[in-house]
Design a protein around this ligand. Sequence first.
Ligand code: GLN
Length: 309
Amino acid sequence: MVDLQAVLDSIYKELTPRIGEGKVADYIPELAKIDPNQFGMTISTVDGKVYSVGDAAVPFSIQSISKVFMLTLALGKVGESLWKRVGREPSGSAFNSIVQLEHEGGIPRNPFINAGAIAVTDVVMAGHAPREAIGELLRFVRYLADDESVTIDEKVARSETQTGYRNFALANFMRAYKNIDHPVEHVLGVYFHQCALSMTCEQLARAGLFLAARGSNPVTGHSVVSPKRARRINAMMLMCGHYDGSGDFAYHVGLPGKSGVGGGIFAVAPGVASIAVWSPGLNKVGNSQLGAVALEMLAARTGWSIFGD
Ligand code: GLN
């Protein structure tokens, strides 16, 4: 068995001179203020061990990684009928792209691009006031992470509400196609709050461990989804989790993963471990630059790529 703490330490040491690379997301003013000189990483194994390095206990804005948790909730609510509202194909375009949506009659390509995630949020809202839907998600994530201290950063949510013009455009567009049932301001209110979930690498790795362990968290004993559903959520992350960088991520890392513009990446080595990495500087397609490099190093040193060692 590889010494995972030694692997993390070596990755951190090698990447230290590069910390600060990439560009923090500046289209959300509150995220533009984040110090890019931070890097943290946590591995949580299915046999209950946790290994961390760097700023793994510093909370950050998980942004689009929240889409994995919302997808899990939506599938729990409406099951496979979710796929009438959103597709399962990689988009090959930017996370906030509008053109594709018109081409495809208001049905977003997948639940991880913004349009798809907004439609998924609309599904979760059925029968709830917006505030209740936010509460449901927060409770769910706290349950997954087994940690009541997970919070939503209201400043980030507000900042995005004030500047999220493209997301308003996407939601209005889908509403015109009747793929959004609730008022656009309500759906986006929930969506911006889910994106503003603030978590540490340690919390995130634990919250997502069920995806590495056939749907149940072996540490908390919480059963979350069936093994089949866990497998399918992982499939979606592999194909769509990094937007138009998904192919590149599969090529270099070879693990299902989901990125967020806060600089976090959550990844799954099925049957083995969940991993969270955070480094705020992003590459051109909006994925954490060093986060992806760190995961590539991890996969190479552990042989965890799902495509073989
Ligand atoms: N809240 C961000 C947005 O909607 C999420 C995008 C991301 O993390 N890729 O633009």
